[in-house]
Design a protein around this ligand. Sequence first.
Ligand code: UD1
Ligand code: CA
Length: 486
Amino acid sequence: MGMGVTRQGNSGAGVSILILAAGLGKRMRSSLPKVLHDLAGKPLIFHVLNHVRQVCPEAPVGVVVGHGHEKVAAYLKSEAMLSDLSITLIHQPEQRGTGHAARCAMESAWGVERVSSNHSILILPGDLPLISGELIREMLRPLEARTPLRALTCRLADPTGYGRILRSLDQQRVLRIVEEKDASPDERKTQEVATSIYSFEPHFLSRALLNLSANNAQNEYYLTDLVAMVADSGLEVATLDWQDVEQLRGVNDPWELAQARQLFNDRCVKKWALQGVQFLDPASVRIEVLVQLGSEVIIDSGVVLKGLTHIGDRCQIGPHSVLNQVTIESDVIIKAGTVAESAVIRSFAQVGPQAHLRPGTEIGTHSKIGNFVELKKTKVGDFTSSAHLSYLGDAQVGSRVNIGCGFVTCNFDGRVIEGERKHKTWIEDEVFLGSGCQAVAPVRIGRGAYVASGSTITENVEPGALAIARARQVNKQDYAKKLREE
Ligand code: UD1
Ligand code: CA
């Protein structure tokens, strides 16, 4: 075939990455493109690209899209964490197989440029989210002379569904890959399988793809057939036999997705445990990929940590708490059943049990938020306490404030004033609110004021004042008896 096999540098120099992500994903039985399904808080394709980003951020990346391409394109455009990668989308108009997808890429402007810059091409399928940076690094090693292709393989106890690697009798040379559907019963016994991860010399790849045929059980152009082309032309197919087979689990149907999620989560929990986090019931905890945990954190049963949640050193997270995009400084205690989203909790604060922190909540250091307290768009200062049964919405609460049981900010009156639907409540430092009070917003309770229990505050309270806003009590002697007799 007369292809020039050249060497390229390591660690991303002279290397391009091609991701195959156009497939129909029929087996997923889902309207969402397969590569957009969630794994630990991010789409499958994110996980693949995130490893690429960590190992070879400079490498030009081509992503072949087809089925649901608008959605995949919109996601990749909006993903800030991948914005440092140079990603080119390549359209595969019809899904005619992995070989056809690669051919679309190599015939596109992106592929032509790869060949002219002599970049070796690392092909990764978009549906192997459990791969590692180490695997990518190994596959980026320069190809040997007379070896235009290196295939990543592994040995599976149950190889069902995978393409099988067929070797010469002495096992030395790879001859071809046969897909499960095309394999004879004998060939199916082979445990060495193809993973869809290949490094290609670019000139070979772009030329060989033109010679593929779809003469097989699925009438598809198989990328795997390039292996036989290399072997038949007298060149060598290099293989890299990967030991950690769990990294190579494909996601083809919802059950494989569920298993990938479980595996990923187990790894995540183990990683944090080895960094000093203590889990009381590790199998019950779910931790997404972007979560960061400090040391000596203790996590109880059924905790779910989502999004960009950061938890500082020595925090305790009580059972069945759900924290999403929450920043927690050090030495914080979160008690059972707390639900928090887009909130900040400063050091030595205590929250819960059963507290609800909605977006825009900030809790100051040493403050206490107790059971059945809900906060929304509310900033609470330091050493402040709201221990039971309260709602604080659109409020600014100072430091050393005591909020009695059952306090409610009445922040919505059904009207819109200056574009605001919700009205603000200001509670300045050192205010004491007795139990069972309401503040009808917009309203301000000045520094050090004292609000008597059961008050409905509708007007601003001056600093240092005592506000009592309730009807005076009337006691009628012996009236109870009279009432009963009636
Ligand atoms: C493929 C391999 C098989 C290997 C297995 C490992 C082929 C023919 N088979 O099978 O040898 O053991 O992966 O995981 O290569 N895609 C496109 N366009 C298409 C078809 C597929 O972009 O027209 C993409 C898919 O989105 C997917 C990847 O290619 O990300 C692999 O396709 P899939 O259908 O999952 O192939 P497998 O049956 O898993
Ligand atoms: Ca697959």
